[in-house]
Design a protein around this ligand. Structure first.
Ligand SMILES: C[S@@+](CC[C@H](N)C(=O)[O-])C[C@H]1O[C@@H](n2cnc3c(N)ncnc32)[C@H](O)[C@@H]1O
Length: 209
């Protein structure tokens, strides 16, 4: 019989932001897959641990092999499973019915809370490891845009989205919940640095007329 694959949202990175339910689920699994910084959030777990490639095509066969031996697996993902995570890609490639999702706090929620912004109408755009291209109509029309992704040169993407979006304030949150956490704000026309930490979220909010 196949094992169950629990896709576990681990929050934005700080150990205090891992939900108790995530700890319970991971404790009940035989194998824990995930990046080393996410594994480090579960030091109490004594079962087998395996690193996981970030591409679903490479990750799914490893998880399927373990589940095929009847082992219950946890797959650790950053933030929440439902926001640009490995969850959808891996679920699509694994046998139907063996995956469960365990929600976590998304870095989007934490960033918006840090700046006191509602995110129920936000459009989320990912520049994580890729250029998002020119913003589409839905992005330009949204009252709030949340751009995921940092790293060298990512500030230029932020500037480009801001220019297309029109008059707005830009809030930038890096390394949320971690010791290096940094929050900054830029008024329209102020220049965002070209290079930003790899864990960065930029929030664009339209200026009120
Ligand atoms: C592949 S997406 C995963 C998002 C994740 N599923 C979530 O709900 O937060 C990775 C992006 O999340 C954002 N991110 C994750 N952790 C973060 C943190 N601690 N601080 C700021 N941004 C973070 C960054 O924009 C990063 O490029």
């Amino acid at each position: 019989m196949m094992g169950i694959v629990q896709i576990v949202g681990c929050g934005p990175g700080g150990a205090a932001w891992v939900l108790p339910r995530a700890r319970e689920v991971v404790a009940g699994c035989d194998v824990v897959f995930g990046a080393s910084d996410l594994q480090a959030l579960f030091p109490e777990h004594r079962a087998a641990r395996m690193d996981l490639p970030s591409r679903p095509e490479s990750a799914a066969p490893l998880v399927e092999a373990a589940a095929g031996k009847g082992l219950d697996c946890a797959v650790l993902v950053r933030g929440d499973c439902g926001v640009r995570s490995l969850a959808r890609g891996i679920e699509r490639l694994l046998p139907a019915g063996i995956c469960r999702r365990v929600p976590g706090l998304s870095s989007v929620q934490v960033a918006c809370a840090a700046f006191g912004i509602d995110w129920d109408q936000a459009k989320i755009v990912s520049a994580h490891g890729r250029d998002p291209g020119e913003p589409d109509r839905a992005t330009l029309d949204a009252p709030v845009v949340v751009l995921l992704g940092g790293g060298p040169g990512s500030g230029r993407v932020v500037r480009r989205v801001a220019a297309a979006f029109g008059p707005c304030t830009i809030k930038i949150a890096s390394d949320l919940t971690l010791p290096a956490e940094r929050l900054s704000e830029f008024a329209a026309g102020e220049l965002v640095p070209a290079d930003l930490p790899s864990r960065t979220i930029a929030i664009f909010r339209k200026e009120s007329p």
